[in-house]
Design a protein around this ligand. Structure first.
Ligand SMILES: C[S@@+](CC[C@H](N)C(=O)[O-])C[C@H]1O[C@@H](n2cnc3c(N)ncnc32)[C@H](O)[C@@H]1O
Length: 324
């Protein structure tokens, strides 16, 4: 089947397993962000969520419970194949079939990087048990090369909040509180992911011009965020109704339009960051450390001075002091 091409991005109204095999080259994709069907009899979702079903586009394709494990293994194996070495894979999953996804991942060469909990305030209402208000986001990498992780893409390491905390650390914790988008009267997929969530994954795990793939486009939300951040996109959606309803939205997306909306982190360039330590550097560091210690300074104060004098970050200094 021919793709619909929008801004150079390729969208296939096809099954992702056969589609990826047929249309994508092995080791070609930098980042996969995807949100497979949850295998929870999607048609009953409306009984749990407080929303107007008239706005939900019909045609969402679910996977029967008894096929979910095999289906997960088959698409994850394709993902493994097309991902480049060092490429990252994010899978959004509910808890119902999480076991099948984790089990499938275990059977591949992909390696776990993080298991993130995405918490949102819009819980599924229950009366006689706890209220579910989280999803799992699994971040895996294909080994073989260096993975992109833009540590300071959102907050600089040296930034501090008014109460002295590090926003970089908070942003990189593995529990994310991001609310679902409230979209009254808009036509949407049953489980559309918020743009803020997708932008966060894209910022940390890809760069402009990278190829991002979504195996399960649904409402095309990953594609929308990726185009807005100037990434290239390829994706699959098996439902014709969904594909037809949503492709027009993508045609209106403007490449790079989100870039100006991003927060600009304050990043301090560290002069010698990433440079190898010579024996002479290490000896000088150890000697200076002793000298400052003799002056009665605290370890924290000494490290701050050494960072400045040696043009290195705190972790590099601490590591070098441990291993002279
Ligand atoms: C959870 S939704 C994706 C939602 C999407 N992330 C969004 O934000 O709108 C899963 C989508 O996968 C589609 N789907 C199911 N089986 C598929 C398959 N074998 N290949 C491609 N798409 C499939 C469903 O029709 C559904 O639209």
């Amino acid at each position: 089947m021919e793709p619909v091409i929008v801004h150079g991005c390729l969208f296939y109204n096809e099954d992702c397993i056969t589609g990826a095999r047929q249309h994508l080259q092995d080791n070609s994709v930098d980042l996969i962000i995807t949100d497979p069907p949850y295998g929870i009899r999607g048609d009953t979702l409306h009984q749990h969520y407080n929303r107007d079903e008239r706005c939900v586009i019909p045609g969402y394709v679910e996977i029967p419970d008894n096929e979910y494990a095999d289906f997960s293994l088959r698409w994850i194996r394709e993902a493994e194949q097309v991902l480049r070495p060092g490429g990252s894979l994010y899978i959004v999953s509910g808890y119902t079939n999480l076991y099948d996804i984790l089990h499938a991942l275990k059977q591949t060469s992909l390696v776990e990087v993080n298991h993130i909990i995405w918490k949102y305030r819009f819980g599924v209402f229950t009366r006689r048990k706890y209220i579910s208000s989280h999803y799992h986001i699994l971040l895996y990498e294909k080994p073989g090369s260096r993975r992109v992780f833009n540590t300071e893409s959102r907050y600089g390491l040296s930034e501090k909040t008014g109460d002295g905390r590090s926003p970089n650390t908070s942003d990189r914790e593995d529990v994310w509180l991001i609310n679902r988008e409230y979209k009254p009267r808009q036509q949407k997929n049953k489980n559309e992911l918020p743009q803020a969530l997708l932008i966060k994954m894209l910022q940390y795990s890809s760069n402009e011009g990278d190829l991002v793939c979504d195996f399960f486009l649904g409402g095309f939300s990953t594609a929308m965020a990726a185009i807005g951040l100037n990434r290239r996109v390829v994706g699959f959606e098996v439902s014709e109704q969904m594909f037809v309803a949503k492709i027009s939205g993508i045609q209106q997306a403007r490449p790079g339009s989100l870039l100006d909306t991003l927060r600009r982190p304050s990043v301090t360039r560290i002069k010698n960051q990433g440079q190898p330590w010579t024996g002479k550097d290490r000896a000088a560091l150890a000697s200076r450390y002793r000298e400052l210690r003799e002056q009665g300074l605290t370890k924290k104060a000494i490290i701050a001075i050494l960072c400045k004098e040696f043009g290195r970050g705190r972790f590099a200094i601490e590591k070098a002091l441990k291993k002279p």
